[in-house]
Design a protein around this ligand. Sequence first.
Ligand code: MG
Length: 347
Amino acid sequence: MEISYQIKYLKKRFPLRISRGTRDGQHNLFIQVTDNGLTGLGETSPGASEGAATAELAQESLVKFLANPHDLNAIFSTYDKAIEAKVAPCALAALDMALWDLKAKKARMPLYQMLGYKKPSKATSITIGIMSPEEVKERLPLILEQDAIRTLKVKLGNPAGIEADKAMYNEVLNYHKKYPIAIRVDANGGWSAKDAKHMMGWLAQRNCDYVEQPLKEGEEEDLPYLYKNRALPIFLDESCRFASNIPNWAHTVDGVNMKLMKCGGITGALRIIATANAFGLKTMIGCMGESSISIAAGVAVSGALDHIDLDSHLNLNPDPCTGAPLVDEVITPLEIAGHGGQFRTDL
Ligand SMILES: [Mg+2]
């Protein structure tokens, strides 16, 4: 198999602010794996907590791993060897999704079908970064009217404190009177245990469905305190990277949010889905700053999940790739062989 790499800049339409900082764009790594005239495509959205802070470091991590011979047709054992060799999970995600794309292209099937999952039918949420009430007033009409989106994921955990969170959330809630919107909250670990308890009670009275990552990664010892008599379901994101993390927290949370960049791709996601189901947890898929290629790979497993948050490609200007269109609020797989993600040829 032949492997080639390419780094592309992805510029965001609107900068995204979360509890840890703001981003207006980034360089992603793209990988092409070619065998017998067919090419599988993969993508890394780099991140320090996903093992490689830059696209260059992600590429280095893969080049080093692939310098040794591996049977790339054996995807599960390639994944296990890469994890053992400490390949950055976000770099492995690109290789792994490219290998699954190639396998599905060889089988001439859409990847979601080859994996045995249903065609996704659940609406994606659109993420609203931390912003002032005035900014909410500018942004929300665009999302609700132009894009006709009805599920919002609101980022809280404002470093300015929970009063700033409440002011922003109240502004979002004003739109609930006009549109039948569903709202989830992601604190990205921006709350103390005490604030989290308070905010969960406050949000439960204000049309919020669940909260994601209320506590900082590493502060999971406070989860039992939050879980007991909780006013809202708790989902973990940063605290749950691989299927192997799930047994640690399964009895103190309601669900987990998987991301291909955290778990190392489709193979890691398959294991998270199986483990979460075994523990009776709800499942969700989210994304980092990914184009349509990586989002299309996520879509291949999303028919098996309870909540979908695959929206990063919709906030690119331009998205250099296609293959994960928004159709009636659902990020929908193309009915073509592979995961469906492709490079745009018109740019
Ligand atoms: Mg999250």
